[in-house]
Design a protein around this ligand. Structure first.
Ligand SMILES: Cc1cc2nc3c(=O)[nH]c(=O)nc-3n(C[C@H](O)[C@H](O)[C@H](O)COP(=O)(O)O)c2cc1C
Length: 389
C-alpha cells in the first residue's frame, strides 16, 4: 500500500464536510462522559443502527467501553453550539460543566438545545485501523429544535446555508420564487467582493434573512439565513425609506416611547440620507457585531428576554447607521451596506446587504463596494421587473 502523508490525508479529507455530534454516556461513578465526533453515520433502518468511529486512544471512548452499562446517546449539534463542541473535544475532565443536560429515558445525557438526540445501546465494536467502528442499536430518537446544524469543514465551523432558499416556513412561496430570480446577482456580487451578501425581506414587524451567498470572512460564523431582526430604527432603513408611508410610520413607531424627541429627528434624518444616497450603511464593528450576536441569541432561543435585549441593543446603535460621511482617504469600521431591490410593481421587496470584514476598510474601498452593491441591486430589480410573473 502506498504510504500516505498524514498532512495530506488530513488536508484532503478535510475537504469533505461533516456534521458534528457529541456522543454521551455515564461512567460507572455516575459522571457524564462526552466526546465530539464527526464520523457519525446512519447505518441501517431494519434493524435500526447508527455508527461512529472513536480513535483507539480516546479516554472518553475507553471509559464508555469499560463501564458496565452499554448505552450511549448521540446529540446532533446546532450551529450555535460551537463552544460546547470545542469544550467536549478537549481532553479535560468534566467536559459538560457549565452546559445544560438531562438524562434520557435510557440513561444517557441529552444536551440542551441540540438539533436531535438518538438513544442507543451498544451493538458491536470492530477494528478499524487506529479507530474502532462502533455500531449502536437505536432505542429511541427525536428532534429537539429546528436550529441549523453545526458543520465542520477544512478545520473550521460553519452551518448549512440552503442556497438562496429560506429556512423559515412563514415566507410566502412567491417571495422565494423571486429570491431565486435574483440569486445570480447575489452570487456574482459575493464572488467579486469576496464578501458575504445576504438578502432580507420584511415580514410584518420583522426583517428576515432569506438568503445568503458567499462565506463569511469571519471564521466559524454560521450562516445568517433564517435570522430575524425587529424592523426598528436604526436597522432596516432601506425598507423604511423606500417602502412607502406605511413602512416609514411602522418603523418610526418602534422608537421607545420614553426616548428623547431628538432621537426621532435623528432617525428621520437617517432616512433622508438613505433616500438621497440610495443605500443604508453601518459603520462600527462593536455595535454591528453586538446586534448580530443578540439577533442570533433571540432567534435561536426564541426567548422573550433575548428579544427584549435585542431591541435594546438595536436601539443603542443609533449612531452606527446612516450617519457616517465616508471619505475616500479615511479608514472605517465598515460593517455593512444595504441597497433596496424592487419588485415588478416597484415595491421594496428585498434588501441586499454586503457585510464588511473585521478589519478596517479604506474609504475608497467602502465607496467601491457600495457602487458595486448598488449595481447588483439595480440589476436584481431589473430581473424582477422583467422575469417575475
Ligand atoms: C469536529 C470534530 C470531529 C471529531 N471527530 C472525531 C471522531 O470522529 N472520532 C474521534 O475519535 N475523535 C474525533 N474528534 C476528536 C475528539 O473529540 C477529541 O479528540 C476527544 O474527545 C479528546 O478527548 P478524549 O479522547 O479524552 O475524549 C473530533 C473533534 C472535532 C473537533
Amino acid at each position: 500500500m502506498a504510504k500516505i502523508e498524514a498532512y495530506e490525508f488530513r488536508r484532503v479529507l478535510g475537504a469533505f464536510p461533516t456534521g458534528v455530534v457529541i456522543v454521551t454516556g455515564m461512567d460507572d461513578a455516575g459522571q457524564p462522559l462526552a466526546m465530539t465526533v464527526g464520523s457519525f453515520v446512519s447505518v441501517s433502518l431494519d434493524p435500526a443502527l447508527v455508527g461512529f468511529l472513536p480513535t483507539k486512544t480516546s479516554s472518553s471512548w475507553a471509559a464508555l467501553q469499560n463501564r458496565k452499562g452499554t448505552r450511549f446517546g448521540i446529540n446532533v449539534l446546532a450551529s450555535d453550539q460551537e463552544d460546547l463542541c470545542r469544550a467536549v473535544a478537549s481532553r479535560k475532565q468534566d467536559k459538560l460543566e457549565g452546559f445544560e443536560w438531562e438524562l434520557s429515558e435510557h440513561g444517557s445525557p441529552i444536551l440542551a438545545d441540540s438539533v436531535a438526540f438518538i438513544d442507543c445501546e451498544m451493538h458491536s465494536v470492530s477494528d478499524a485501523g487506529d479507530h474502532d467502528w462502533v455500531m449502536g442499536s437505536v432505542l429511541d430518537l427525536f428532534t429537539l429544535s429546528s436550529s441549523l446544524p453545526l458543520l465542520f469543514f477544512r478545520g473550521g465551523y460553519g452551518s448549512f446555508a440552503p442556497g438562496s432558499m429560506a429556512i423559515t416556513t412563514d415566507i410566502p412561496v412567491s417571495v422565494l420564487g423571486q429570491l431565486d430570480l435574483i440569486r445570480p446577482q447575489m452570487e456574482r456580487l459575493s464572488a467579486e467582493l469576496v464578501a458575504e451578501v445576504s438578502v432580507m425581506t420584511r415580514l410584518e414587524g420583522e426583517l428576515v434573512n432569506v438568503g445568503s451567498a458567499g462565506a463569511s470572512t469571519r471564521a466559524g460564523r454560521s450562516s445568517r439565513v433564517g435570522i430575524h431582526v425587529p424592523f426598528m430604527p436604526p436597522i432596516g432603513g432601506v425598507f423604511a425609506a423606500f417602502g412607502g408611508p406605511e413602512a416609514e410610520a411602522a418603523w418610526l413607531e418602534q422608537i421607545h416611547p420614553d426616548a428623547d424627541p431628538s432621537l426621532r429627528e435623528h432617525f428621520e434624518a437617517g432616512l433622508a440620507t438613505v433616500r438621497e444616497r440610495g443605500y443604508a450603511s453601518g459603520i462600527g464593528h462593536e455595535q454591528g457585531a453586538g446586534i448580530e450576536v443578540s439577533a442570533r441569541a433571540a432567534f435561536i432561543g426564541k426567548d422573550p428576554a433575548a428579544r427584549e435585549k435585542l431591541r435594546a441593543v438595536v436601539h443603542d446603535a443609533a449612531e452606527t447607521f446612516n450617519t457616517a460621511q465616508v471619505q475616500a482617504d479615511g479608514d472605517y469600521e465598515f460593517h455593512s451596506a444595504t441597497a433596496p431591490v424592487f419588485d415588478k410593481d416597484g415595491a421594496c421587496l428585498f434588501s441586499m446587504t454586503v457585510w464588511g470584514s473585521d478589519a478596517l476598510t479604506s474609504g475608497a474601498d467602502v465607496l467601491a463596494i457600495v457602487e458595486r452593491l448598488q449595481r447588483a441591486a439595480d440589476a436584481a430589480s431589473q430581473e424582477l421587473k422583467f422575469r417575475s410573473r
